[in-house]
Design a protein around this ligand. Structure first.
Ligand SMILES: Cc1cc2nc3c(=O)[nH]c(=O)nc-3n(C[C@H](O)[C@H](O)[C@H](O)COP(=O)(O)O)c2cc1C
Length: 324
């Protein structure tokens, strides 16, 4: 169980935002496999307040896509506050502030992970967002530091977040400078847990139920956020819930993996149209069949495909024990 302000979730395992991946189709598939609390892809506050059309497509929801949090990123306290005021009436269950994105386009504007070294601006953003919402819980997701791996910056930012009235903090155990290299340092999650009373959600390198159990016991975190471990592997949510004693463990057969990949691609076509689904399905198919015999040959064929229909037939024909 995980309680964030006045919202209680049955499971403490949540899906972390992944730009370009955690779209509506992804979330619907993950929900079928035990994921409860999802997040949209990161939304730029500047684009949102300027009513940028493509940004609004990232907010697409379906009735069964709930509970869902929305993550915003931006450098300007006023635009971040105005974005929160736009998003709250859309019915999101949580608004999350991005203080972890390492991409130069974002940090170059003093947003994302750059806020780890600019606590004054971060505090202004937190207060502006809190002032702009009526009831929705506001949370923050951060890295351990900008370049300093000691965790001092994360501890400082988590304290500011709590003082400003935020309701939870997610810590990805890497610095901005690390990008996605090396190993996540879970000790910093533990350090943050020791200094705040709001829930702390641990994140980084959880690829199995065993990793999730280890993260919880090593850090004492209140929740666990899964990112890359769920790409092509929605079963991870059910497996972790099972490890925490909520339900039976499920290990998918190859047939189930294939059916789920095809359904993920179909839902993408349904919500995004076949042209976008063709592009997205190249990644989706690779996530699901990564490591299967013949998967590199499969990838080559998929990359040469000319249409969504083409990818669907390539995936349908794929059997790991037969040449593709
Ligand atoms: C493709 C990709 C996109 C990401 N997009 C976001 C994002 O929009 N917002 C965010 O806070 N983190 C984002 N992240 C970071 C993840 O949410 C997560 O913190 C990181 O991948 C570590 O967790 P993991 O080891 O479970 O993947 C992204 C990571 C990847 C690989």
């Amino acid at each position: 169980m995980l309680t964030i302000k006045d919202r209680t979730f049955k499971t403490a395992v949540i899906q972390t935002p992944l730009a370009g991946c955690t779209d509506l189709a992804f979330r619907l598939i993950a929900r079928d496999h035990g994921m409860e609390l999802a997040f949209t892809e990161m939304i730029s506050s500047e684009a949102l307040v300027r009513a940028h059309k493509k940004t609004y497509t990232l907010l697409k929801r379906a009735r069964e896509d709930s509970p869902t949090g929305c993550q915003i990123v931006g450098p300007d306290p006023d635009s971040m506050g105005r974005s929160a005021a736009i998003l709250e009436p859309l019915g999101f269950d949580i608004l999350d502030i991005n203080c972890g994105c390492p991409v130069r386009k974002i940090t170059g504007q003093e947003a994302g992970a750059a806020l780890l070294k600019d606590p004054k601006r971060a505090g202004k953003i937190f207060r502006s967002v809190i002032r702009s919402v009526k009831a929705v819980p506001v949370t923050v997701k951060m890295r351990t530091g900008y370049t300093d791996p000691s965790g001092k910056e994360a501890v400082r930012l988590a304290r500011i977040a709590e003082d400003c009235g935020l309701s939870a903090v997610t810590v990805h155990g890497r610095t901005k400078a690390q990008g996605y290299s090396g190993k996540a340092d879970w000790r910093i999650i533990e350090s943050v847990k020791k200094v705040v009373t709001i829930p702390v959600i641990g994140n980084g390198d959880v690829f199995s139920a065993a990793d999730a159990l280890r993260m919880r016991s090593e850090t004492g975190c209140d929740g666990i956020a899964i990112g890359r471990g769920s790409l092509g592997n929605p079963w991870i949510f059910g497996q972790i819930r099972a490890a925490f004693g909520h339900n039976k463990r499920s290990v998918p057969s190859f047939r189930e993996v294939k059916q789920t990949a095809l359904r993920h691609m179909d839902l993408t076509a349904l919500w995004d149209g076949e042209k976008t689904a063709h592009l997205k399905s190249r990644h989706i198919a690779c996530w699901y069949f990564k490591g299967c015999p013949g998967s590199s040959r499969l990838r080559e064929r998929i990359n040469r495909s000319r249409s969504f229909e083409d990818i669907v037939s390539i995936v349908k024909a794929y059997e790991p024990h037969r040449p593709v």
